[in-house]
Design a protein around this ligand. Sequence first.
Ligand SMILES: C[S@@+](CC[C@H](N)C(=O)[O-])C[C@H]1O[C@@H](n2cnc3c(N)ncnc32)[C@H](O)[C@@H]1O
Length: 251
Amino acid sequence: MVDSRTDLAVSLDAEEEILPFIPILLQDLWSLGFSPDLALTILKRNFPATPRRVLDLGCGKGALLIHVAEQLGWNCRGIDIVPAFIAEANRIAQDRRLTNLVQFEVQDMVDEVEMNRQYDLIVFGFDSESLGPLTEALSRIRKRLTTQGHLLLNTIWAQPGRSQGEIATETDTLSAAKDAGLYLVDREILDRSLVEAQNASNTELIRRRALELAEKFPAHAAAFHAYVQTQEEESRMLSEDVQCACLLFST
Ligand SMILES: C[S@@+](CC[C@H](N)C(=O)[O-])C[C@H]1O[C@@H](n2cnc3c(N)ncnc32)[C@H](O)[C@@H]1O
């Protein structure tokens, strides 16, 4: 039985105790995962400007889909399990007059992949096992793709030549995709110095909110402090131990 709360905590690198405070801790950030720039580069490079139906599983505050709708004019659906993220995504879509192209909804991705809808492109960040280990997650997602559909996968793998305990290697990742019936079409590796700079700036914004919250809710002060430390460790790991990969697969 999948425990969504635990998976959500893993996905957000947070203790369950502070999950209710996550929207406040992350309130100064729009993009909560990889920066949308590389995903947009890959999409523009590989697809003509035909309208497509896109689904983002775990869209956060909708940073990628808002850009996709604005720049490519595709029809987008974003789902996320955190209502505050979806509220913010909808607010931004309304501000930018994009509600005809983008719909955001509170939904668990576990339920979403069981729905009988098909998409030309699905975006998925593999940061927890909500949908199971990678091959299983990709197989479940693949069922929602049209015959010539594509998957855009954001993931990390160990730096080449450096064993990183439980972190998958590039070979593990590509063979998991192949086992799920997905074939690599294009890829980008995020620039290490950009990852470092982006994470340093995000961690600083989070640290300020954590200090404010620790004053307001002293009973959780240790958990807020631990969250900032986890962010620092995560930032170090992302820029030193692993590569952040944005991969486009076809069915
Ligand atoms: C690392 S964040 C990335 C968010 C977004 N893709 C972005 O780049 O800004 C992971 C997202 O997955 C969402 N999430 C985690 N588990 C989920 C689930 N079971 N169903 C839907 N969303 C989930 C989290 O709430 C969070 O917004």
